[in-house]
Design a protein around this ligand. Structure first.
Ligand SMILES: [Zn+2]
Length: 347
């Protein structure tokens, strides 16, 4: 089997323009104010208007671009429905705003809807204080905790408002979007109940953040489920993508459309296996129990900005929780509440 991915499009559409990636399916790109500087959105043509999949970060530059898109990219067709793959700000940021403008209902899964509201409202174990407490228990320094606390509610900066009603969609369900049926493929571990969309007729997969061509999807532990194993859920979710035909064109949220699902999933599995091996080795080499903060430099050997540092610690905790859940390490909780991990054979 060839390990190479193929990329049928050399470059993304410029701001305000679209590229037709398949008959009746258009690719729209929006900026992001992060190191990851863009997101791809998708428009599916139908007799009553466009179905928009994901909505972009909810800040002024994106909303200004949306004003242009409404004039230039949508043509005569209104947005007839909005599907949000998951609650993260680059995907859900303009959902309520666009839904109000076009008088439509946002379709998303229940856990994404409710988790978005929990983070937005700082409740239910999803508050910044809860995240700081989790990261403190995993060894984050006071300096970095102060920087995290100082950010305030970052989610609200990207999602000023969320819809307060929605149309629930389910994994396995067939949605009629435009002339075709699209099946919802559930994904877990990146977000609580991610919805990817597959059209067997067109050979298309709108993969959201579950399958990206170049970067590995972030998998983090969140404070409401501090001992959870999202990495196992993420890796398990990939089986459904491997089962799709090889000719499937993947439309990812970041990067360029590609073919080669099996190769990409194999590379992701190898990536996480390698990380788990590195962590086991680092724990053994330390000769004493180590915290997640201790091992971040093992997993990430480059300078990290503030946001990347939080993702990195969340990802380190996810890998350590996976080792603890699968017998590769033992979780120890110190008298001060600090969580450390030791080799399963005793270190
Ligand atoms: Zn995401």
């Amino acid at each position: 089997m060839s390990r190479a991915l193929t990329f049928p499009f050399d470059a993304p559409p410029p701001p305000g323009e679209t590229i037709e990636v398949a008959p009746g399916v258009k690719w729209l790109r929006m900026p992001l104010p992060f190191a990851l500087d863009h997101i791809n959105l998708w428009l599916i043509a139908g007799p009553d208007g466009w179905t928009l999949v994901d909505t972009g970060y909810g800040d002024a530059p994106t909303r200004a671009l949306w004003e242009r898109h409404v004039e230039r990219a949508l043509g005569e067709r209104p947005i007839a429905r909005i599907v949000v793959t998951h609650y993260h700000p680059d995907h859900a940021g303009n959902a309520a705003w666009l839904a109000a403008r076009f008088g439509v209902t946002v379709q998303m899964t229940m856990a994404e809807y409710l988790t978005g509201h929990a983070v937005h409202g700082q409740t239910s174990g999803y508050s910044l204080a809860d995240t700081c407490a989790l990261f403190r228990s995993h060894g984050m320094s006071d300096e970095h905790l102060a920087a995290l606390a100082g950010r305030g509610n970052a989610y609200r900066r990207g999602v000023p408002e969320l819809p307060t009603r929605f149309a629930r969609i389910f994994a396995g369900e067939a949605l009629r979007l435009g002339p075709l049926e699209w099946r919802v493929i559930g994904g877990y571990g990146h977000s609580p109940e991610h919805a990817a969309l597959h059209s067997g007729d067109r050979g298309l997969l709108i993969s959201g953040d579950m399958l990206l061509p170049r970067i590995s999807t972030n998998v983090s532990v969140w404070p409401a489920e501090a001992y959870g194993d999202p990495l196992a859920r993420f890796l398990g979710s990939l089986d459904a993508f491997v089962a799709l035909p090889e000719r499937t064109l993947v439309l990812p949220s970041h990067g360029l459309p590609f073919r080669g699902i099996a190769a990409r999933v194999a590379a992701l599995r190898e990536h996480h296996d390698a990380r788990l091996s590195e962590l086991r080795a680092a724990i053994a080499a330390a000769g004493h129990p180590v915290s997640a903060a201790d091992v971040v430099p093992v997993l990430f050997r480059r300078e990290l900005d503030l946001q990347q540092r939080f993702f990195a610690l969340g990802e380190a905790i996810a890998h350590l929780n996976h080792l603890a859940a699968t017998g590769g390490a033992v979780r120890l909780i110190g008298p001060d509440g600090t969580i450390r991990f030791a080799s399963a054979g005793g270190a």
